[in-house]
Design a protein around this ligand. Structure first.
Ligand code: GCV
Length: 666
């Protein structure tokens, strides 16, 4: 038996899965009922099952709650109705008996999600199950450019081909792939997509107006799958597009300009989601240029969108990217809190502050961002990165489910019960890892990251490893293949961390593209990303007592725990403290020995991953087998490079030999 990852559909929804819909009966209201009907029609065309009009005889019943209530005499319906009645919007229930499966959506969107859950797992056990989202905003951000950027390409930090939406400065004329993508996203419950890069260059600035016709075409497709479209906007758009001489958020002409844009957009896209804004960050324009603050900027845009029901996602990723590396008191980790915490309470209700999960930038390991607990009167979304910028760029297997679950479950608030996920009342946003690549994500196994992120955005308390299992079983028909894939992936984040970034230190990557090791690559640059390794030790002192004071931005108990060298967990040690190489970790090892041991162990683990995959030859479709095998070979090569460079670097710096006498290049 072979497995396949088809290009036109996500691997977890092969055409064969839709067979279950061939003899299904639909009775539903709402705009998305038409989409469900199309799925049924496609399944019938393909599998040719007879159509039954008798609900009692249909093997599968797909109902919205309002319709289901009239059918409670049909076996299974009453149980599903009872289960669905108390669910929030977008939820669904499923009752399954030997002969019949009933899916009831709380609304049409819930029905769509309930239908896809059935497709993903057509052999689910009998009984009643329900599912409903903890987050109503489940959004993907695309960092797609309309014109390929000279250094960043068509998709900034994209590792899966070109943009699905744009080509040569235009919205693509053929959007068939966008339709398949929207279906893919609906199948895992994503309900909002920002289609363009937060770094908004000249051509993309005109998506608001000159390219609006194309945006409308994309929005129409997404709408069919329950997805609202958002645009990233250039804060200086009124100037860039040549209409005004200022983009001052407090100038009435500027506010009026944005009101006009909003009105124009909503006239053509009534369910438009809103604007995403990267302002005063890494060279993007913003309110600082006019002596205003971020609340002034965000609120001006929010007021333009409010009459239409739109949102402003205002990013908190604001820091000084022209820092002097000689100045050890300035700490990039502090920046977002210093800028935004004082603004709590000043934002309009339709502003969502979008905060990266860690204080620096999607490193392999960071503590959670203190900003997430610092603005209780502000709607806040947590931003994750599915695209593997710092985690192997979809060349390496690096399943991030454990990492994200740790972040989202982290009890950050000072009551020690409220998790990061609970604090994300503005939803979960993630940077997409998808492009025109035949497998969608470059590395076929990177599809698991998209699948897992969506599951955690739906409910951050979900067990990520169960999600990985579900993805593997839905993707690979053979249980042996699915089992091997899970085994190969389940600790792949920990493995990646082992051979790259020890103990919470970050940015030892090659500058610019961020692939591969370069221990001092960022050490003397203006980007604020330093490790301060010298002959005696390594790490950033971010304590209040002797360092940058960053630990003081956290609520208790975290402020004290991370301030204390004795209590700080090993995994974050070098993020918070500068310590000598011989410092003894909680694990019993020293810092220097830990660096050597983890790097050697990480490479060994990659070697075993290569072997595990090789054993599947013949059991997996050749195109998938080859793509993964080639990438695993690159992962191994790269892991060896990481190991050798880091071990040599720290041996040379410290002069401390490896206790185990392994080969370290002098
Ligand atoms: C879209 C990091 C990335 C940039 C990205 C930025 C952001 O700095 O390297 O490519 O820009 O984050 O999140 O805005």
């Amino acid at each position: 038996m072979t497995d396949r990852v088809p290009a036109a559909h996500p691997a977890w929804l092969p055409d064969s899965a839709t067979a279950v819909l061939a003899d299904a009966l639909l009775d539903a209201t709402g705009p998305l009922a038409a989409t469900v009907a199309t799925e049924l029609a496609a399944a019938r065309t393909r599998f040719g099952a007879p159509l039954t009009a008798d609900p009692a005889a249909a093997r599968v019943l797909l109902l919205t709650l309002d319709r289901a209530r009239a059918l409670t005499a049909v076996p299974g319906v009453a149980a599903a109705v009872t289960a669905a009645a108390d669910l929030p919007a977008e939820g669904w229930s499923r009752s399954r008996e030997e002969q019949q499966t009933v899916v009831v959506g709380r609304d049409d969107r819930g029905l769509l999600y309930g239908m896809f859950a059935l497709l993903r797992n057509p052999g689910a056990a009998t009984g009643v199950v329900t599912s409903s989202p903890r987050h109503h905003l489940r959004m993907l951000d695309h960092w797609d450019n309309m014109v390929a950027h000279p250094t960043m390409g068509a998709v900034e930090r994209g590792y899966a081909g070109e943009s699905l939406f744009f080509r040569d400065g235009q919205v693509r004329s053929d959007l068939a792939r966008v339709e398949a993508y929207a279906r893919l996203l609906a199948s895992v419950g994503i309900n909002r997509v920002a289609i363009n890069n937060v770094n908004v260059h000249r051509t993309e600035t005109d998506l608001l107006r000159g390219h609006l016709r194309g945006v409308v075409r994309i929005a129409e497709i997404l709408r069919r799958w329950g997805i609202r479209l958002h645009l990233s906007v250039n804060f200086a758009a009124p100037v860039v597009l040549g209409d005004l001489e200022t983009a001052d958020p407090c100038a009435e002409a500027v506010a009026a300009w944005w009101r006009d844009r909003a009105a124009e957009i909503y006239a053509r896209i009534p369910d438009f989601g809103g604007f995403v804004v990267k302002a005063d960050s890494e060279g993007q324009p913003g309110p600082f240029g006019y002596g205003r603050d971020h609340a002034d900027g965000a609120n001006m845009l929010a007021r333009a969108l409010a009459p239409h029901g739109g949102l402003v996602h205002w990013r908190a990723f604001v820091y000084d990217h022209r820092q002097d590396w000689r100045d050890r008191s300035t700490d990039r980790a502090r920046a977002a809190y210093d800028h935004f915490a004082p603004l709590d309470g000043r934002f309009e209700p339709n502003v969502v502050l979008q905060v990266k999960h860690g204080p620096i930038d999607f490193q392999v390991r960071e503590p959670v961002s203190p900003v997430i607990a610092a603005l209780p009167r502000t709607r806040l979304a947590v931003e994750l990165q599915i695209t593997q910028e710092y985690t192997g760029q979809q060349q390496h297997v690096c399943w991030l489910g454990d990492a994200w679950a740790q972040v989202l479950r982290f009890p950050l608030a000072d009551d020690e019960r409220t998790s990061v996920g609970d604090l994300a009342d503005g939803g979960i946003v993630a940077v997409s890892n998808v492009g025109t690549d035949a497998f969608w994500t470059g590395h076929p196994l990177a599809q698991a990251n998209l699948f897992t992120e969506a599951a955690l955005a739906w409910d951050h308390t979900t067990d990520p490893r169960a999600v990985l299992q579900e993805w593997a079983s839905a993707t690979f028909v053979s249980p042996r293949v699915a089992e091997t894939v899970v085994d190969l992936m389940v600790d792949s984040w920990q493995t990646y961390e082992a051979y790259t970034a020890p103990l919470g230190v970050g940015f030892m990557v090659r500058p610019g593209h961020h692939y591969g090791p370069d221990v001092d690559g960022y050490e003397y640059t203006p980007w604020g990303t330093y490790h301060f390794a010298d002959r005696d030790g390594i790490g950033v002192d971010r304590t209040v007592s002797t360092g940058t004071g960053f630990t003081g931005q956290y609520p208790e108990p975290w402020a004290s725990r991370w301030e204390s060298l004795a209590e700080c967990p090993d995994a974050l040690l070098l993020f918070f403290h500068h310590v000598p190489y011989h410092h003894r970790l909680h694990s019993g090892s020293t810092v220097i020995q830990h660096i050597y041991d983890t790097h050697f162990a990480g490479v060994e683990r990659v070697r075993s991953m290569v072997a595990e995959w090789a054993a599947l030859e013949g059991a997996v479709e050749p195109a998938v087998f080859d793509r993964v095998a080639r990438r695993l070979a690159e992962q191994h090569r790269s892991a060896v490079e990481w190991r050798d460079q880091l071990c040599s670097y720290f041996w040379r710096k410290s002069g401390v030999a490896d206790e185990r006498g392994r080969t370290i290049h002098p």
